[in-house]
Design a protein around this ligand. Structure first.
Ligand code: MN
Length: 480
């Protein structure tokens, strides 16, 4: 994305909001002055960054206060401006947003100190109280990830890791899939560059290979819907490489993935969604256990759609997602879509929705009630909301992603079949550990191997978590 100008930002905001544009100009001037002389890693003037963040927010149709907060978001952190200054020169809502964004940046899940835990607790509660803080922070992180090539290598990995640990889950919790997907793909690019390139190639091949099947089905389904006078728009989606990588990590092979190819059918109303589903089911053979009705039971982040997978043309598995236009917009922006749905009181509606319907806020409020101790509170939030995966390093610095609870045996089989089979021990951060040691985030793991090793022990089955390791151990025994 190219850098935007203030004029472009204003034009964008004017296209959906007739509010106080002068306040945006004032925020821009204020931030320019405060950041004067500061440079980004790329050598460009610093103001480019908040300006782009504000533009990302304008693309979501954010309200004026949020756009201003986007422009001012780094002034408390990086200049002599204070919360009080911003409240005096702008308003309380903007000041609270900027302060909230500054604090999220300092959220620290790995610390053991109680004052840090107390801080993290406060931040989590405050973001459950104003969802716009998350949205501004996500826009901030998105721009930083888009321009990460200017940072040094180890900093790139650190940022990418933090993005996967904290911001990808946050985007998911508020249902903002478009942001979640872009952030996770960019993280993969910096964490596992070779895997990233490899998957891009694989995705290209899939796209080429499925061209005929897709054309065939587009024609058939269009005709079917037209015959029944159903207004429709059909979009083609090939699974993104991050989701692909997750599936491959879980032991699937490419042809086994049931939603590599998706046809998104957008129709006018909920009633028509079910009618369309019926027509598609009457035309194609359905894969029985893949049907999901997320309209009658939405996901915990309020994602709504009908999903079904069929045996499509060329014997390929093809997924259909059937939804209304509103559901489609909500799936891309999540809670942030309310800026567009409810122009008058979006802020209040978003907050009500968050507290009543989204599992994320409900969990935080619930956990807050149960745990008095700050450390326990943070642990529980982490367990329930932020950690289904850990990231560890090879001695060379490659990042390996594993599910929580993984051991050095899981790690060994993840990096290679023969390494697992010839494993005799493991070093974690240079000290020897037992084979059932539970790996922690950022551990550096070295596997000790010996060509004369006897292969997997009988008790290894109980020591592994990943399906890859389980599968490979079983395969090894079969061969013996
Ligand atoms: Mn920033």
């Amino acid at each position: 994305m190219n850098n935007v100008t203030l004029e472009e930002l204003i034009e964008k905001v004017r296209s959906y909001n007739k509010g106080n544009i002068d306040l945006i100009i004032k925020a821009y001037d204020y931030a320019s002055k405060k950041h004067e002389g500061q440079k980004r890693q790329s050598g460009e003037p610093y103001i480019i960054h908040p300006l782009n963040v504000a533009f990302i927010l304008a693309e979501m149709h954010a309200d004026i206060d949020t756009i201003c907060a986007g422009l001012l978001h780094d002034t408390i952190e990086d200049t002599d401006a204070t919360r009080e200054d911003i409240e005096r020169d702008f308003n309380e809502s903007i000041a609270l947003l900027v302060e909230g964004v500054t604090k999220i940046g300092k959220m620290n899940f790995s610390s053991k100190q109680d004052c840090e835990h107390a801080n993290t607790r406060k931040i989590l509660i405050s973001i459950a109280e104003d969802i716009r803080i998350i949205v501004v922070k996500l826009a901030d992180r998105l721009h930083n990830m888009r321009t990460l090539q200017h940072m040094k290598g180890y900093k790139q990995k650190k940022k990418a890791l933090e993005t996967l640990e904290i911001f990808v889950p946050l985007a998911y919790y508020i249902g903002a899939y478009k942001i979640k997907n872009e952030l996770s793909i960019l993280s993969l690019k910096y964490l596992e560059p070779r895997e990233y390139e490899n998957l891009i190639e694989i995705r290209k091949e899939i796209t080429k290979d499925s061209e005929k099947c897709i054309q065939d089905m587009l024609t058939t389904v269009k005709q079917l819907l037209d015959e029944h006078n159903i207004e429709n728009e059909i979009r083609v989606r090939i699974k993104n490489i991050y989701s692909m990588e997750k599936k491959l990590n879980n032991g699937y092979t490419i042809p086994e993935i049931h939603d590599l190819i998706t046809l998104k059918v957008i129709v006018d109303d909920v009633y028509t969604c079910y009618g369309t589903l019926g027509l598609i089911h009457s035309k194609y053979h359905v894969v029985n256990d893949k049907f999901r009705d997320y309209i009658s039971s939405p996901k915990t982040n309020m994602y709504k759609s009908l999903h079904t997978t069929v045996f499509g043309a060329d014997d390929k598995l093809v997924q259909f997602q059937i939804k209304t236009r509103e559901m489609d917009r909500a799936a891309s922006l999540g809670l942030a879509a309310f800026w567009d749905f409810d122009k008058d009181d979006a802020r209040k509606t978003m907050q009500n929705e968050l507290k009543n319907k989204y599992q994320f806020a409900r969990s935080i409020i619930e956990i807050d009630k149960i745990f008095k101790d700050n450390g326990e509170f943070v642990d529980q939030v982490k367990r329930e909301l932020f950690r289904d995966e850990i990231y560890v390093y090879t001695p060379k610095g490659d990042v390996i992603q594993l599910p929580e609870g993984s051991t050095p045996i899981d790690f060994a089989y993840k990096i290679g079949n023969s390494i697992g089979n010839s494993m005799i021990g493991a070093l974690v951060n240079n000290s020897e550990v037992s084979l059932d040691y539970k790996l922690k985030n950022k551990d550096v793991v070295k596997i000790l191997t010996n060509d004369l090793a006897l292969g997997p022990n009988d008790d290894w089955d109980e020591k592994v978590t990943t399906s890859t390791a389980k599968k490979r151990i079983r395969e090894y025994r079969k061969k013996q």
